[in-house]
Write a protein that binds this ligand. Sequence first.
Ligand SMILES: Nc1nc2c(ncn2[C@@H]2O[C@H](COP(=O)(O)OP(=O)(O)OP(=O)(O)O)[C@@H](O)[C@H]2O)c(=O)[nH]1
Ligand SMILES: [Mg+2]
Length: 178
Amino acid sequence: MSDSTVSIVIPTYNEKDNVTALVERLGKALAGRKYEIVFVDDNSKDGTAEAARAMAAKYPVRVIVRTTERGLASAVVHGFHNTTGDIIGVIDADLQHPPEVVADLVKAIENGADLAIGSRYVKGGGCEGWSLTRRIISKGAIFLSHLFLGKTRGIHDPMAGFFMLRRCVITYLIPFSQ
Ligand SMILES: Nc1nc2c(ncn2[C@@H]2O[C@H](COP(=O)(O)OP(=O)(O)OP(=O)(O)O)[C@@H](O)[C@H]2O)c(=O)[nH]1
Ligand SMILES: [Mg+2]
């Protein structure tokens, strides 16, 4: 599966200052692989979409701007529908999720996992020196549960999501017919 294409979905709302560094760091993490980066921007007023589009000159970046719908979870699902990769990932744009870890998550999928989840920083803690397994904790899972299991949506959570999965995992859950 090492020849697989990786699609990274990035939901954005007012992230102009972060998208350039994010794409550069993802580009390094995924160097030598086939990949695409799909931004789903909800009509940010700070020029996020333009800054992301500017990266398309040098990186495999596409930018989708939604004007009639808003919201993180639906932006991610919208992104999923606009990917082509066998491995699909989601990362926040605000650099709270280290883009370098994407390489580890891809490897976990290539080594047989259906889903690889990275946690982001924990307040008062930190994850320096932690093993990847230790870092793989609940936040991404909570995000996924909100996405796919409507009844969990009432639970208050920042809805952070940093994960990667095999395409077949979501084709099972979300019909891709559009
Ligand atoms: N398309 C889209 N993206 C969003 C929306 N809200 C947040 N985002 C993006 O989703 C990602 C996560 O949002 P954050 O605001 O960082 O959420 P968080 O990490 O839980 O909260 P903070 O601790 O404040 O950073 C970021 O890339 C945001 O730009 C939205 O309504 N639409
Ligand atoms: Mg954040």
